[in-house]
Design a binder for this molecule. Structure first.
Ligand code: ZN
Length: 421
């Protein structure tokens, strides 16, 4: 009896030691390469919970969010694309203002906590922040509705530090179809990207802004992969073969991401991990394994979607838990180099390449050809581009076509998912 107990104790000790070894190896790798996460909606929580009144918030003690400073430290978060997200129902209304306010709150957050966050707008900035033991803080705008079909707005957002644009959220824009079209609940408006949508892609290449294909239709994914001069990102999407949700990435696209040197940053939202309301960390690791199998370890990253979703896997409940997943990958036989690629090297490669493409295209002029008025679909938009010599001529003119499209789109958007995922 005593011998059996001893064996049991010894077995437990061996297992625990092995677990400790994986975790200490994970933490060592995370000290060498920054964990770069593609998508976090803390700024949206700041709007929802505090109306962006950052003075009323202490990120050291805030407990109601997946993300706060102690959790960030524990989770070894090296760099974060903070999401400047505003819902689709701001489209054709005040989407641009609200997006600017989200960009502002991210800048203010960095300013308020200079020991924790360092604003970052380049691959070099990410490494500089990492060396200072701070979380590099980048901005991604989630949804093409945020630029109101305006290349001038896109360029201005780049100047404000925005380094990726998700082409759509969960609604079509006047120039790109969103993933819900692939589910059949929403009709295609452009069969992918419109000609103006292709102008947006070319301008993003010229600027050095990453093109984020999370949330678009498979047709848009392929069109962008056909034409983009820089590698693309999926800032928070998982593998369709593991969970056949239309927000996830199909295998043929994973292969194309590999060919073009891009990245798929895995989303932890239960509904995209298991296609059900429950999931475990091991289920998330299955997505990592699958993407590695189909596209190689060179296309994988982390895109937790913390504070943008309501259900997260057991073992990955908040940003402090991510080292558990890194240890799990090691337990599954991932090499140190593969883990480092997923942690940060892949995203750094993609961002560096986008910066190189920007430099190569630096002699190209900014595109100043606007979207045709007939395609704008925004009845609130004024226009002064008539050539009849009367400055006030077209101001406030509402195109009847736009009104009809607008009413149609309102009718089609009676139910838009409330989550930001
Ligand atoms: Zn999302």
């Amino acid at each position: 009896m005593f011998a059996e107990s001893l064996v049991l104790v010894l077995m437990c000790w061996v297992v625990t030691s092995a677990e400790d070894l994986y975790m200490s190896r994970a933490l060592k790798l995370m000290s060498e390469i920054p964990l770069i996460d593609g998508h976090n909606d803390l700024p949206w929580q700041l709007r929802k919970l505090f109306n962006n009144q950052l003075n009323q918030v202490d990120l050291n003690t805030l407990e109601t969010t997946h993300t706060n400073i102690p959790k960030i430290k524990k989770g070894r978060l090296g760099a974060q694309f903070w999401s400047a997200y505003v819902p689709c129902d701001t489209q054709y209304k005040d989407a641009v203002r609200q997006t600017l306010e989200q960009i502002d709150v991210i800048h203010r957050m960095c300013h308020k906590y200079p020991n924790q966050f360092m604003f970052a707008a380049s691959s070099q900035d990410i490494m500089d922040a990492f060396k200072l033991n701070k979380t590099a803080s980048l901005i991604g705008v989630e949804g093409g509705h945020s630029i109101d079909s305006s290349l001038g707005t896109l360029r201005t957002m780049y100047q404000l530090g925005v380094r990726y644009l998700t082409l759509t959220h969960s609604c079509n824009t006047p120039w790109a179809d969103n993933w819900r079209v692939d589910t059949g609940v929403e009709p295609s408006q452009h069969n992918g990207l419109s000609p103006f949508g292709k102008q947006v892609i070319a301008e993003m290449n010229r600027l050095g802004m990453l093109i984020d294909l999370a949330h678009v239709t498979v047709r848009v994914m392929n069109q962008v992969l056909d034409m983009s001069k820089a590698p693309v990102i999926f800032s928070h999407s998982s593998a369709f073969s593991i969970c056949p949700h239309k927000r996830n990435v199909p295998d043929d696209v994973l292969r194309r991401v590999n060919e073009s040197g891009g990245i798929v940053m895995v989303n932890f939202y239960n509904d995209y991990v298991t296609c059900s309301q429950t999931a475990t960390m091991s289920n998330v690791a299955d997505h990592f394994d699958h993407i590695r199998k189909v596209g190689g370890a060179g296309i994988i990253g982390f895109g937790g979607d913390y504070d943008g979703v309501t259900r997260l896997p057991e073992g990955l409940e908040d940003v402090s838990k991510v080292p558990n997943l890194v240890a799990e990958l090691l337990r599954r036989g991932w090499s140190d180099d593969e883990v480092k690629a997923a942690l940060g090297n892949n995203l750094l490669r993609v961002l560096k390449r986008a910066e190189e493409v920007r430099d190569i295209l630096s002699s190209n002029k900014p595109d100043d050809v606007p979207i045709p008025n007939s395609e704008v679909k925004n009845p609130c938009r004024t226009s002064y581009d008539d050539d009849d010599g009367d400055d006030g001529g077209n101001g406030g003119i509402v195109h009847s076509l736009s009104v009809m499209s607008f009413l149609l789109s309102v009718a089609l958007h009676t139910i838009v998912p409330l989550i930001t995922s």
